[in-house]
Structure formats: C-alpha cells, structure tokens
Write a protein that binds this ligand. Structure first.
Ligand code: ADP
Length: 479
C-alpha cells in the first residue's frame, strides 16, 4: 500500500491522487502516489503565501531560527532514511543520496545562523541633523521552481534563505521527485511554520509552474532547470516586473595540462563527468586535454571506466546509478548517436546495460577525437557522456574552455602555479576549480554562473541575501 502524499496549502494537506513515482533502478517499484495540483490550487497557495507574509516578515529572528534549526536537526537525524529514499526516487547512489541530505541539513543550519546575523547600516546624511538607515526586508511571496537532479539540496538552498529573510513561499518541485520535496516540506511544517508561510504545490510545470509565472502576486521567482523554461520564467517575470533568478545548464570544461598529476586528473574527470550519472549542471562534459598527456590520460580513463560499478542505486557497491527516466535515457542515447554521426570516436560505453531489475542503465560514454564545434561539445546532454578535445597547449585549452554559450563551472588540472592562477583569472565561469572536479561545491559560499548558465544574484552563502531581500533606505530628521 502506497501512502498518498498531498499538497500543503495554507497549512492543510490537500489533494487527490494524481501521479505515481517510479524507481529508476527498478521500474516495477512504485515509490509513492502524489497529489497533482491544478491552477486553482496554485492560486490558493499564492493567496495563502500573500496573506501570511506580513506576520512572517515581522516575526523576528528567533521564530525563524527555531524553525530552521529544528528542520536541520531532523534532516540530519534522518539522513540515512531520507538519503535512501532520495536514491530510490532519483537513482543517485546511496552515498550520494545521504551526502545530499547532509548538505540540506547544513544549509538549514547555515541560514538558521543567518537569521541572528541580520544587519544594516546607519550613516549620517549629507544634510545636517538627518540620519540614514539602510536595512533589508523580505521581498514577499517567493515562487520556488526546482529540477529533479538535486531533489533535496536545491529546494533546501532556496527555501532556507527565503524563510530566513522573512519571505513566504510557493514551492513547485519537479514531477519526477515529489517524495524528497514532500519530506522536506513535512519536516518544515512540523517544525512550526505558521500556516501559509510555506506551500507545496506538486504538479505539472506547464500547469502549476505556469500559474506561478502568470500571477501578479508572486513577487520573486527562483528557478533551476532547463534554458528553455528559464527563458519563460524571465519573460513572464519582466512582464510582471518581479525579481527573478535563474540557474540553467552548463557545458563545463575540465582542462588537463601536460604537467598535471595523472591520478588527480583522472579522479577529477571520472567524478566530474560521471558521478550522479552525469546529471549535474556542474558536470565536466568537455575534457580538454593537452597533447603531451592525451594518450596516457585516455588509457587511464578507459581503465577506470571499465572498473566502475553501474547498478541499482540502493546497492551499497554501486558507483553509478541509473539514468533518471526513459526520456532522459533517450536524450543521452540520441546525443551518443549524434556524436558518432559528427565523426567523434566512441572509445568507451554508451550502450544500455541489463541488471537484475528493469531500470534505465547506461554504460558511461567517452568520446575521443571531438572538436569544440560539434553538438556534443556545445549542447548540454545531462547524462554520463563526456568527450575529449585534444589541444596543443594551455593557450588553446583556455580559448576552447571559454568558447561556449555557458559559464557555470570550469576546472584545470595542473601543477603549474602560473597556469592555475591565469586560469582562475581568465576562465569565463562563475565557479573555477583547480585540481578538483568541476562538480561538488561547498554549501556556505556563492553558487552561480555566467553567460547562458545563470541570471541574477548568486545562490547560497551570505550572497543569497541579495535575491531574497530588498533594500530600504530610511531618512530621519530628529531636529
Ligand atoms: P528539466 O529538463 O531539468 O526537467 P525543466 O526546465 O523542464 O528542466 O524543469 C525544471 C522545473 O521547471 C520543473 O519543476 C518543471 O516542472 C518546471 N517547469 C516546466 N515547465 C514550466 C513552465 N512552463 N512554467 C513554470 N515551470 C515550469
């Protein structure tokens, strides 16, 4: 018997069965049943958030601290159970699921602390006798629209600062991962949030998400997802003159120079390109390798790829879980076919794998002999697929790395301080890694990209304040 998970609207769990969620490691396993909101429920949720805003925005730091801290503590105490459920729902490995859950707990803890560190500024006016205060206030109703690839961490890094700075929320998670979304909302609700402060509206993007975009009562939208939907969020937000923040795709380069430590370079490439089944916007999908190390690097990569354990996400031995669903699997396979048609050499993997249970298993794919002009180098695949682009030297590597419409992360493997420093200064990405995978970031520092990857203020850390608050400048003449 699966339990029906309902939407949370104005403090009440509402809705009837609308959709089922399937385990990608075993398509016979139904994870749960979930209510699917329509436009009316979305409107109710927005109205509830609007009504709850005045009281919550004036609630003071202690009330917000209490809820966020309690949430962090419960997530941490239940990390194994929640991490397992995440792995069952999304297909990332147990270790990745538990790691992501811990990160969500850390994010709530960080923003619990931030409620006690809110500060403003006070300066003398240019007019004698007048004082000027600069303070930050919540923006109002924040719409939070999230993707499936980090089902608990991405909601956490948006919900935690939104609440910490006094906003109320309408949260629409991705259709593929309602269980993780429901779990986090259930914990926050029981931690004592007043009704209407956080509303959960599971359902279709084209219905619930669109209703949020079209509402004049949503004052800000934080979105992570595809470029296409991001552009819709942007257009609708301009129409309503609301704040918006977008995190979209990546086509992240990992440069490997001749002087790199080979073991480090292979670790970075395997982790960055294939862990989490390559389904990270920070994945290293372009491996830009200097000619002096190229052949040794490729041999070592093939050896490591051959040893990777691909299987059921819930098996503790698994290193790479299945692809999230049939649609994504088809997209990965389509790009593998495109890469071959374009003339790249498929040197490893790219074929489907059979396991004990029916699931979306794909052997990680590595292309050689690719150019930066090929579609597999320019378009985000979002699967366990990477391609090696051979370059002459550092200068060519940097120019290829920056020649992309995206700019989320970039990485370089080198033992040269000169090249590492030059790369950090000249890479056109929001996050740059030296001798580290392009994916895998800290929870307490800014996250975000440039060019087609991101729009608006950074997420995470103290920089999150920029999006979730608005500045007020108040003048006082006291005689
Ligand atoms: P992905 O390819 O990662 O699924 P999407 O951009 O399709 O990326 O989805 C990211 C989020 O945006 C999901 O929660 C999805 O339901 C939502 N979404 C999709 N279409 C719309 C839309 N028209 N308006 C608002 N949200 C949408």
């Amino acid at each position: 018997m699966t339990v029906l998970r309902k939407n949370l609207i104005d403090g009440e769990w509402l809705g009837e069965a609308g959709s089922r969620n399937i385990n990608p490691s075993n398509t016979n396993d139904v994870v749960g049943e979930y209510a699917s909101a329509g436009p009316e429920q979305a409107k109710q949720a927005i109205a509830a958030a609007k009504a709850a805003f005045p009281a919550w925005s004036r609630s003071g730091p202690l009330a917000r601290h209490a809820v966020l801290k309690k949430t962090s503590d419960e997530i941490m105490a239940r990390k194994d159970e929640i991490g397992r459920s995440l792995a069952r729902e999304e297909g990332k490995t147990l270790a990745e699921g538990v790691g992501e859950t811990i990160r969500a707990a850390q994010l709530f803890d960080f923003f619990a602390g931030e409620t006690l560190r809110l500060s403003g500024e006070m300066v003398p006016s240019v007019r004698p006798g007048v004082g000027v205060e600069m303070t930050r206030e919540g923006v109002g109703v924040v719409g939070i629209i999230t993707p499936w690839n980090f089902p608990i961490a991405i909601p956490a890094w948006k919900i935690a600062p939104a609440l910490a700075y006094g906003n109320t929320i309408v949260f629409k998670p991705a259709e593929l991962v309602p269980e993780s979304a429901w779990t986090i909302v259930d914990i926050l609700h029981r931690a004592g949030l007043p009704k209407g402060v956080l509303n959960l509206v599971m359902g279709k993007g084209s219905v619930v998400g669109q209703a949020m975009l079209d509402s004049p009562d949503v004052n800000a939208i934080s979105f992570t997802g595809s470029v296409g939907t991001g552009k819709r969020v942007a257009a609708a937000s301009v129409e309503h003159m609301r704040k918006f923040q977008l995190e979209m795709g990546g086509k992240n380069p990992l440069v490997v120079l001749d002087d790199a430590d080979l073991g480090t370079a292979v670790d970075c490439a395997i982790n960055g390109a294939y862990f989490s089944t390559g389904q990270r916007c920070t994945a290293s999908s372009r491996l830009i390798v200097a000619e002096g190390i190229h052949d040794r690097f490729v041999d070592a990569m093939k050896e490591r790829l051959d040893k990777l354990v691909i299987g059921d996400a819930l098996d503790a031995k698994t290193q790479i879980g299945p692809v999230v669903d049939q649609t994504q699997l088809k997209q990965d396979e389509d790009y593998i076919a495109i890469g071959r048609q374009e003339g790249a050499e498929l040197a490893f993997g790219g074929d489907r794998l059979e396991r004990e249970t029916p699931g979306f298993y794909l052997r990680p794919a590595l292309f050689l002999g690719s150019t930066n002009a090929m579609r597999i180098s320019r378009e985000e695949i979002f699967g366990p697929v990477a391609n090696v682009i051979r370059v002459k030297d550092y200068d060519e590597a940097l120019s290829v790395a920056n020649d992309t419409p995206f700019g989320l992360t970039s990485g370089i493997c080198t033992t040269s301080l000169k090249h590492a420093t030059h790369f950090k200064r000249n890479s056109e990405a929001g996050m740059v890694m030296v001798n580290l995978p392009t994916a895998g970031v800290d929870f307490h520092v800014p996250f975000g990209g440039r060019k087609g990857s991101s729009y608006g203020p950074r997420e995470q850390g103290r920089y999150a304040m920029e999006f979730y608050t608005t500045v007020k400048t108040a003048y006082t003449f006291a005689g």
